[in-house]
Design a protein around this ligand. Structure first.
Ligand SMILES: [Zn+2]
Length: 271
């Protein structure tokens, strides 16, 4: 549905990505984990760690391609060709270095951040507006002051992490919030977290873990955001960091028609 909507709006906006090279994945994940995942999928897959975390034969190559799209989006944005959106599945923000979680196999946002740093974009800000806490992203960057991570998420909710007291090395900004608040409140609180993260930190690259399970009507989340709120957030980020290339990576979102509307609003604000 998302692809159809993008083609309908602007077919020239779409590019197919190639799978991520192994080297880019190994900046974040141990080789043994990547070998295990590939072999597990090729054997036919099954439930991986969690009962609803189902892997099939195509899952590893889908994850490699998702990470490849994240890399391509970073290269595009960092070469000055404009901001980019990686419309990818599976998502990545729950994946730990050696553990798949929450439908996530590879940590796309961190893989993207490391690619940016390889391209000389030393300081990276990752903003996560998925309704779930980006525990994988946090775990992979919380000891690294070159990356700051801001996450707005419903609390309590899967995966159970993301308390405000989790600060990493002072580079983690968690905003746990209850469901059902007015959307303007979520936007204002996330912007407050972003402003805190930007104090004394000028990012060379902006990454958004763009989950649309934070929309009103998503079956897994209780937040109330509408498409225009994502556009507002992108606009606010652009005005705060006008020189930084921006890349959004699709995370969760479990009502396909809502995801399509949310992504299109984000895209229009981004490009
Ligand atoms: Zn989510």
């Amino acid at each position: 549905m998302l692809r159809a909507r993008i083609v309908q709006e602007d077919p020239h906006a779409l590019r197919e990505a190639v799978p991520a090279p192994r080297e880019a994945l190994e900046r974040v994940h141990p080789a043994a984990y990547l070998d295990f995942l590939r072999a597990f999928a090729e054997r036919g897959g099954g439930a991986l760690g969690e009962p609803d975390m189902i892997v099939n034969r195509a899952s590893f190559s889908a994850a490699e391609s998702a990470a490849g799209a994240a890399l391509a989006a970073v290269r595009h944005a960092c070469s000055g060709d404009g901001h980019a959106f990686a419309a990818i599945r599976p998502p990545g923000h729950h994946a730990l270095a050696e553990t798949a979680m929450g439908f996530c196999l590879l940590a796309n946002a961190v893989i993207a951040a490391r690619e940016g740093q390889q391209l000389g974009r030393e300081r990276v800000l990752i903003v996560d507006w998925d309704v779930h806490h980006g525990n994988g992203t946090q775990a992979l960057v919380e000891q690294d002051s070159s990356i700051r991570f801001v996450s707005l998420h419903q609390w309590p909710l899967y995966p159970g992490t993301g308390a405000a007291a989790e600060r990493g090395v002072g580079n983690v900004y968690n905003l746990p919030r209850p469901p059902g608040l007015p959307p303007e409140r979520y936007v204002a609180d996330l912007l407050e977290g972003i402003d805190a993260a930007l104090a004394g930190f000028r990012p060379d690259l902006l990454l958004i873990s763009a989950g649309y399970d934070s929309m009103r009507g998503d079956p897994l989340g209780g937040f109330t955001l509408e498409p225009e709120h994502y556009a507002d957030l992108v606009g606010a980020l652009r005005s705060r960091c006008p020189a930084a290339p921006m890349v959004a990576l699709l995370e969760g979102g479990y009502a396909p028609e809502l995801v399509a509307e949310g992504v299109l609003a984000t895209l229009k604000a981004l490009v």
